[in-house]
Design a protein around this ligand. Structure first.
Ligand SMILES: [Zn+2]
Length: 68
């Protein structure tokens, strides 16, 4: 089971999705995405809590839906 974070759950209007095998991996990917796409190089504790709250498991059928 992998985990994913939809950036749009935290940043309104962003279509970015990051994923990883563990919460830490997702957070690392999210930090990279935030720096690349949003120019956000420092994620504070409040934002990190929002990110963690938004992380959820990926189901196979979710992937199939997004691939369309
Ligand atoms: Zn984003």
């Amino acid at each position: 089971m992998s985990l994913e974070l939809r950036c749009g759950d935290v940043v309104t209007g962003c279509g970015g999705v990051v994923s990883g095998a563990t919460q830490d991996e997702v957070l690392v990917a999210a930090a990279a995405h935030a720096a690349d796409v949003h120019g956000l190089t420092n994620i504070d504790d409040a934002t990190k809590r929002q990110l963690i709250a938004a992380i959820h498991p990926v189901r196979a059928d979710d992937r199939a839906l997004r691939a369309r």
